[in-house]
Ligand binder design. Structure first.
Ligand code: KG4
Ligand code: ZN
Length: 338
């Protein structure tokens, strides 16, 4: 097995996860315990319940990850943890545990920015990605367009000025009475619908920058539903397809503008919304025609998981970028490297 061997921990939101990642970003195990059922009846995440659930499940999940990989704690070369951004109480559970474990094993501690984790999830399954590349990170909490010139040098071209793309999917999902999170359900409903049935606004498309905004679109969706009252089955499919198309179209147009302006030939999709089928097919078609290398993680690595934290940590390990035991979690949004 290729060294170094990293135990990675992810507790930034509502998934408790531990993974063992060997050198070259190979996954030996990746165990995830989702709290979706705990939060389902509230229609969103309750931060206090999330922290308590992490405390209850983290140690058994780490034990399962070690067992699955057939690794003993003494074989680990470093402990990595998602330290920012996220829900502060949730992050603190993982960070405190990782600090304690690194100290007791006398091994280096690696702090990973969760958004970086999403981007580096791509390296778990694709071993031929080369820098520089453009990355679109779309999740429940983030929408960012970033150029990576190396594993530690990056330029943020744009980000959402209000809601994240996933948040827009989830809020509309809630109004449609779908389970939380609504994104994957809207994706499925859209399959049988006409994406041109409703003309939703395409926010910020005309602005000469790479920023996004989804709160106006969300309001337009909400007003449409209010005006129409209950939708029949066909109308629900059309609504889902049209709403999804508006989100995908804005993400797509801004991204291809960035690819062209910066003459980039490699593009990585990342984050939970990267699992969206229209987003994937739209980029697949464009990248095939334009000779751009497109990468996206398989669905299980799109949403939150510890394997992606381990992948990002492998790059930091190579550059000896270790955290001190003074490390603190931070909920501040953004791509700051701790
Ligand atoms: O990356 P992630 O697990 O959490 C954050 O870091 O925020 O992303 C979760 C988000 C949710 O908003 C969920 O609705 C969305 O990803 N999502 C999708 C799909 N699968 C997950 N959105 C649209 N289509 C999907 N297939
Ligand atoms: Zn995430």
């Amino acid at each position: 097995m290729k060294k170094p061997l990293i135990l990675a921990i992810e507790t930034s939101c509502d998934d408790t996860s531990a993974a063992l990642i060997a050198g070259n970003c190979d996954v030996l195990s990746n165990v995830i315990s989702t709290q979706k059922e705990v939060h389902a009846k509230y229609g969103g995440i309750v931060p206090e319940l999330a922290s308590r659930e992490h405390i209850r499940t983290l140690i058994p999940i780490v034990e399962m990850a070690l067992e699955k990989a057939e690794i003993g704690l003494k074989d680990i070369d470093a402990v990595a943890v998602s330290a920012n951004p996220g829900l502060i109480g949730s992050l603190l559970v993982g960070v405190s545990f990782a600090k304690g474990l690194a100290f007791s094993l006398q091994k280096p501690l690696i702090a990973v920015n969760h958004i970086f984790g999403h981007v580096f999830a791509n390296f778990l399954e694709h071993k031929n990605i080369e820098f520089p590349f453009l990355s679109l990170i779309v999740s429940g909490g983030h929408t960012e367009l970033v150029i990576f010139s190396s594993s530690v040098e990056y330029t943020i071209l744009g980000k959402t000025v209000d809601d994240a793309a996933g948040e827009a999917f989830d809020k509309i999902g809630k109004l449609l009475g779908l389970p939380y999170p609504g994104g994957p359900f809207i994706d499925s409903l859209a399959v049988g619908g006409n994406k041109l049935a409703i003309e939703f606004p395409l926010p910020m498309l005309k602005h000469d920058n790479f920023d996004f905004s989804f709160s106006g679109l969300k309001t337009a969706g909400m007003l449409y539903l209010k005006e129409k009252g209950t939708l029949d089955e066909a109308a629900t499919h059309d609504f889902a397809a049209s709403f999804q198309h508006a989100i995908v179209e804005v993400l797509f147009q801004k991204t291809i503008k960035a690819l062209k302006e910066h003459s980039l030939k490699t593009f990585l999709l990342a984050g939970g919304v990267a699992a969206n089928s229209e987003l994937r097919s739209t980029f697949t078609n464009y990248c095939n025609e334009s000779n751009i290398r497109l990468f996206y993680p398989s669905e299980k690595y799109c949403t939150d998981n510890a394997a992606m934290i381990g992948a990002a940590a492998q790059f930091k390990y190579k550059k000896k970028k270790f955290a001190s035991l003074e490390l603190n979690a931070s909920s501040v949004k953004g791509m700051k490297l701790l």
